[in-house]
Design a binder for this molecule. Structure first.
Ligand code: O7M
Length: 214
């Protein structure tokens, strides 16, 4: 995965054709595109293959299951061309190891604390523990909340130089530059880009804001 703009587009647009147009329009302004259930359920899993032809695709299915099911899901994503798959860390060591093994050369990113207010109820209390487990299982990186930059810094102190991808910028109130300054490698932005009148311009403005603090 490139590390140029430090920006990942969360393409939760549910109109498949429009999603592909947006993916084309932001080319070069983002390092990767993250696909989640909204687009896959409305436009089909072949959307992963289509997006993978355009650049790096992160499959964000927040996989949370027993090892065998995790393996089947991760293998499917990777065979469709995904560069990375996102899994929940709370499932424990055996599920994380299954994800890691099934991914082969693709990356596994594990969710620690979630960005929304409800993320404080359970995930925040176990964020560092989940990060430690992810390090033990040798995942490539972690998801940590841009809505609480101090938590990005806390996760960073546990994981060394592994990657942090940080959602919650824009629509959820987080700031891209603050997330990067707190230790994120990438910020993940969805609605503020794909829902704007000009996704390209919006992506460029996030890119420029990030570039100022690098
Ligand atoms: O910028 P938004 O709010 O429109 O979109 C944010 C995206 O990031 C959306 O796809 C969410 O599912 C995802 N996300 C969070 O918003 N919060 C989290 O804690 C975790 C994720 C995520 O990407 O997890 C991998």
């Amino acid at each position: 995965m490139k590390k140029d703009t430090r920006l990942v587009l969360a393409l939760d647009e549910t109109d498949g054709e429009k999603a592909l147009e947006i993916a084309d329009s932001v080319r070069g302004a983002v390092d990767a595109i993250k696909i989640n259930w909204p687009l896959v359920l409305s436009a089909g899993p072949d959307m992963i293959n289509e997006l993978a032809k355009k650049g790096d695709v992160i499959c964000d299915f927040k996989v949370a299951d027993i090892p065998n099911t995790v393996r089947l899901i991760v293998e499917n994503c990777v065979s469709r061309g995904a560069s990375a798959v996102i899994v929940h860390a709370f499932t424990g060591e055996d599920s994380l190891l299954a994800a890691k093994e099934a991914a082969g050369k693709a990356k596994i990113f594990a969710v620690t604390e979630m960005s929304h207010p409800g993320g404080k109820t359970f995930t925040a209390k176990h964020g560092e523990e989940m990060a430690e487990l992810g390090v033990k299982c040798d995942v490539s990186g972690f998801i940590a909340p841009a809505t609480r930059p101090e938590r990005i810094a806390a996760i960073r102190s546990v994981i060394g130089d592994r990657l942090i991808l940080s959602p919650g910028v824009g629509a959820q109130g987080g700031d891209a530059a603050s997330a990067i300054e707190a230790g994120a490698d990438y910020v993940i932005v969805g609605r503020a880009i794909y829902g704007s009148d000009n996704p390209r311009e919006s992506a460029e403005s996030f890119r420029d804001r990030i570039a100022k603090v690098l």
